[in-house]
Design a protein. Structure first.
Lengths: 489, 94, 477
């Protein structure tokens, strides 16, 4: 069955429809792999063996009756940020270690309705705050290419699971790069859709105006399949765009001839690691050979995007985290002697250091006397960032650059230097600030570790973005590689 | 610009997170570094710029005035730790 | 030392919708704990707010009624603070772009009309309820009320004393109930008032330190609370002390205000635009739609009652202010040819006494407009006397029986037959010679006594006007 786990989702679908194997058999294969391998990768926080097999059996029934949809019977994993009914939803935090969600996130509901099989909930940075999965209460997810290195974050578990072939597909969430960066670090493909494309209902909030759920998989075609299932207007999310569900696979094979690719000069400064510079240059040349035109552009606000992002994200998070007070659910301290004690100790015990830091900074940025200089200032720069993109997209269709300034770093590199960790988000945060769709694809290797290329498109142009990515992947095979590390016992 | 111990205590109070007094200096140090980093924003003039609150400018998301939610009190997330009899949530007296 | 008082009022009006402002849970009152607290109301992880379109309509209605400015662009903000009854740790409210601003309300102050300006009215969500006395050592929380829509109406600090404050509150109350945006049930917390009170020397330019007395839910208590607070502040200042800026609660049993036990200084609410809620855009067409369905405003109704029906100001107020009373009244006059002034007299004089006696309101009247009309028709045609009518009304209330049946049984048909009346009149003149002499000596008022004796003898059935005429003829002869 080894071939199976190296297949794309399209091939798996083929296999199910042609009865080469059943969904139950396929699911069992993945569950067994998780049992064997995940002790070394730590991708899953919760594995749902029984429920998965039940879902698989139901899917097999549907397939038998000829009622299969585009992803019926396909196993997948959900980042533990998505509420799953009757299943533990921890968000990577001690605060929610015992929280059993009483409802499904809209993303989860859609996957269920599509007949997909949920293998379990994946590891993540606590409350999505982090770029390495090291802030998780459940230990870090480990990069399958080198277990001493980080998976990236915050969707580290999903990236690792897909890279280690423990699940063919996974959902992730992206606030400042949390789908794209771990995808780049782990050598898989990941998409952050346009803000409002995918419902945030049931996706535990971190930075509400920045958060967006999205697909993670090996190849662009698989991303398109999952996006087709999870995207679409949701009346339960007021920020959800009115556009309905779309078939994102329809135009995958569209030609990229005469498409204009912008290369922001600020992304290729002298500080960029030369090996990564080279890899991205190669990738761009490749795309040029496919018929696209290359143009130099400028995004002048680039130097300010990281502090701007961190002010806004911390401010929003400081407010979003206030509901975790020990009263109605979640961690509650023992023997509180007053209401203030109940709050202060439950929160001190339930939250990890990074979350606390961001809550404190966010509180500061919003507080009386500082609001103008921090929160409002950041909102103004956000306007400038958006204006930069609007201006640039008058002349180009896409923007390409590296996803990250480095390969996956070793664990504990930034434990004592949060600011350095933040700086590694320099290429990804702008798309969250502006709300644009952005894709990360494997583009090569440096020192044996994957390097990702980021492609950003205009608002709601996921179809075009995916067809460019698909064209690139049709002519390269970085996305088909598999680690040589021995995983498991 | 830096974040003093007093600032840390004030923010911790506002955010209802208890911090050990022995940890305050390290919080002060780390948060000061982060603040300095955030201060890079001041290098640009934004006086004439309108703040942007939402990335995509949606408007008017509303729902009809209809009751759609049923009683959820029997659900699994209600732990004995959080609820009293009669489905009241257990808070703490002053 | 002469002092002047400055009062500003913030009124929280619960809007009469079926579901909550940001969730689809029911707003109905009095259910068992947490029955109507859905995932959104409990602030479970991942939940999001969605605005109820009806609250926008109701806010527009209020804005039109107070002649205010309806915002073309309105936004929501988060007001951050921790309290057990506030599940998210922030309240969704409005800060920079309230839905209504710059309105006004006319009130009667010292027999003169005074305009009180209304700074703004904004939408927000109500909190849950803390239950302190049910369990020892523990505060329990019921989130049924969490998410109920509120419209907070803020007046300029232009009220000068407790009477003006109550006048303003009552007028506002009549308004919000008449236009149907609030059910007016103060016992259930539908209309709550916070009073900001300060005093300063007359002629001084600077405002004094103000205190806030929160959550007063009766007009009587508002008056008492303000009076107490003004005295308290005056005593402090006259003693040379300083008034502390604080939040206080009114204790109706002790008739005093007390500082709330909050440990910290003034709240820093850290308002910022709520990222989960896009702005509301309101256009002229929407406003016109609400305007077209706006019911008659209480002051217009009062004026109309005085103009059209020739009622006194007092009668007009009593009938127009409470919309359930005016509905009843208008139903009566709409379904009969009775004179409105006559009907008004009987509602205010007759029906209201019954309502008071039985401690109930007109919505629960055991005499319907149709039944009252029947009775009034008979009185108007002089089939029974006014006195008899009052008795019948009381019996109608007790027994719910037909007017005709009651009149028959009680033999209340008015005697208008002259010969029968004459006989009774003659007997009374003979029987009370002293009073007859007093009348002849100039004490004209004694006539009433003699009429009363005739009525007594005829068990209320004599037509008093005819009796009076007969007596006068005899006595003046």
């Amino acid at each position: 069955m080894h071939d199976v786990i190296l297949s794309t989702v399209s091939a798996l679908k083929e296999g199910l429809l042609s009865k080469k194997y059943s969904s139950v058999e396929l699911t069992t294969e993945y569950l067994d792999r998780i049992k064997t391998i995940d002790s070394s990768t730590n991708s899953f926080i919760t594995v749902c063996e029984e429920a998965a097999l039940r879902q698989a059996a139901r899917a097999d029934e549907l397939i038998k009756q000829g009622k299969a949809g585009i992803l019926t019977g396909i196993p997948y994993a959900n980042k533990d940020i998505f509420c799953t009914k009757n299943v533990r939803t921890t968000c990577g935090s001690k605060m929610l270690d015992n929280f059993i969600a009483p409802y499904n996130a809209t993303v989860v509901e859609k996957c269920m309705d599509a007949g997909m099989v949920m293998l379990g909930k994946t590891n993540m940075d606590e409350f999505a705050m982090g770029s390495s999965n090291e802030t998780s209460f459940y230990g870090r997810a480990k990069n399958p290419w080198d277990l001493t290195r980080v998976s990236g974050g915050s969707s580290g578990g999903s990236a690792t699971a897909v890279a280690a072939r423990l699940a063919p597909l996974a959902t992730g969430s992206d606030t400042g790069g949390s789908i794209r960066q771990p995808s780049a670090f782990c050598g898989i493909s990941g998409l952050k859709p346009t803000y409002g494309r995918v419902s945030r209902y049931g996706m535990i909030a971190f930075g509400s105006s920045l958060d967006q759920g999205g697909p993670m998989a090996h190849c662009v075609e698989d991303l398109a399949l999952l996006l087709s299932v999870i995207a679409g207007h949701d009346h339960r999310d007021s920020t959800s765009n009115k556009r309905g569900p779309e078939n994102f696979c329809r135009h995958l094979n569209k030609s990229v001839k005469n498409k204009v690719i912008g290369i922001p000069k600020e992304y290729f400064s002298n500080n960029l690691n030369p090996e990564i510079h080279l890899i991205i240059d190669e990738a761009i040349k490749h795309i040029e050979k496919l018929g696209a035109k290359i143009k130099d552009v400028s995004l002048p606000s680039t130097s300010l995007v990281v502090p701007t992002y961190y002010v806004l994200a911390s401010a929003e998070c400081s407010s979003n985290m206030s509901r975790y007070d020990g009263v109605r659910f979640g961690h509650r301290c023992e023997d509180p002697n007053s209401i203030e004690d109940l709050y202060e100790r439950s929160r001190a015990e339930g939250f990890g250091d990074e979350v606390k830091r961001r809550i404190l900074m966010g509180t500061y940025a919003l507080s009386s006397g500082y609001y103008d200089a921090y929160y409002e200032k950041a909102q103004k720069i956000r306007r400038l960032v958006k204006n930069d993109y609007i201006s640039v997209f008058k002349d180009v269709d896409f923007l390409i650059g590296p996803t990250c300034p480095s390969i996956a770093f070793h664990a504990e590199t930034f434990t004592h230097d949060p600011v350095q960790m933040y700086l590694s988000d320099v290429y990804t945060v702008s798309a969250n600030l502006a709300g644009l769709p952005s894709l990360s694809l494997p583009a090569g290797f440096s020192q044996g570790m994957p390097v990702g290329m980021q492609i950003t498109g205009n608002y709601f142009r996921e179809s075009e973005l995916l067809s460019l990515g698909h064209a690139y992947q049709t002519n390269t095979d970085w996305h088909n590689r598999y680690t040589t590390q021995k995983l498991g016992k | 610009m830096s974040i003093s111990s007093k600032n840390v205590e004030e923010m911790a109070r506002l955010a209802r997170i208890s911090i050990n007094s022995k940890d305050i200096p390290s919080y002060s140090e780390q948060l000061s570094k982060i603040l300095n980093f955030m201060n890079e924003m001041q290098s640009i003039d934004t006086d004439t710029i309108e703040p942007l609150a939402h990335p995509i400018e949606e408007v008017n998301a509303t729902r009809a005035d209809v009751v759609t939610e049923a009683d959820i009190r029997q659900n699994e997330h209600q732990y004995a730790n959080h609820m009293l009899d009669d489905f009241l949530y257990r808070s703490q007296s002053d | 030392m002469l002092w002047e008082t400055i009062i500003g009022l913030e009124v929280h009006v619960q809007l009469a919708t079926k579901s909550k402002i940001f969730s689809g849970a029911s707003t109905s009152y009095g259910s068992s704990a947490n029955e109507h607290a859905c995932a959104v109301d409990l602030a479970l992880p991942g939940t999001l707010p969605v605005l109820n379109e009806r609250v926008v309509e109701l806010a527009i209605a209020l804005g039109l009624a107070i002649d205010g400015n309806i915002a073309a662009y309105s936004t929501f903000a988060r007001k951050n603070y921790f309290y057990p009854d506030s599940p998210k740790g922030y309240q969704i409210s409005q800060f920079e772009d309230p839905i209504v601003s710059n309105g006004r309300l006319k009130i009667v102050a010292e027999n003169d009309l005074k305009i009180i300006n209304i700074t703004r009215a904004h939408l927000e969500e109500d909190a849950g309820k803390s239950v302190h006395d049910e369990y020892a050592d523990v505060t329990a929380v019921d989130f049924n009320r969490a998410g109920t829509p509120l419209l907070e109406i803020v007046s300029e600090p232009e009220l000068k004393n407790a009477k003006e404050a109550v006048s303003y509150l009552k007028e506002l109350y009549y308004l919000v109930t008449s236009i149907g945006i609030c059910d007016g049930n103060m016992q259930e917390g539908s209309f709550r008032c916070d009073a900001n009170i300060s005093i300063r020397e007359q002629g001084a330019e600077m405002l004094g330190t103000r205190t806030e007395v929160k959550n007063i839910n009766s007009f009587k208590y508002v008056e008492r609370a303000i009076n107490f607070e003004v005295s308290r502040q005056r005593e402090i200042l006259e003693d040379g002390g300083k008034v502390s800026q604080e939040t206080r609660l009114f204790d109706p049993e002790k008739n005093e205000t007390r500082a709330m036990r909050t440990k910290e200084d003034a709240h820093d609410y850290r308002y910022f635009p709520d990222p989960d809620l896009p702005p509301i855009l309101i256009n002229e067409a929407q406003i016109d739609k609400v305007r077209a369905t706006l019911p008659e405003l209480p002051w217009d109704k009062r004026a109309r009652y005085v103009e059209e029906y020739n009622l006194s100001q007092d009668e007009a107020s009593m009938l127009a202010n409470d919309y359930s009373v005016s509905n009843y009244f208008e139903k009566c006059i709409g379904e009969s040819t009775l004179s409105p002034k006559f009907v008004a007299h009987w509602i205010v004089g007759g029906l209201f006494s019954l309502l008071n006696k039985h401690s109930t309101t007109i919505s629960f009247s055991r005499v319907s407009p149709a039944s009252l009309n029947e009775l009034l028709a008979k009185i108007s045609r002089k089939e029974i006397s006014a006195n008899a009518g009052k008795r019948v009304l009381g019996i109608m209330w007790e027994t719910l029986r037909d007017v005709d049946k009651i009149i028959d049984e009680q033999e209340l048909v008015q005697i208008s037959d002259d010969s029968v009346l004459q006989q009774s009149v003659d007997e009374i003149v003979k029987g009370f010679p002293q009073q007859v002499q007093e009348y002849k000596d100039g004490k004209e008022k004694i006539l009433g006594f003699l009429v009363g004796q005739v009525l007594k003898q005829t068990r209320g059935k004599a037509n008093p006007e005819i009796v009076k005429t007969m007596l006068e003829r005899i006595l003046k002869a």
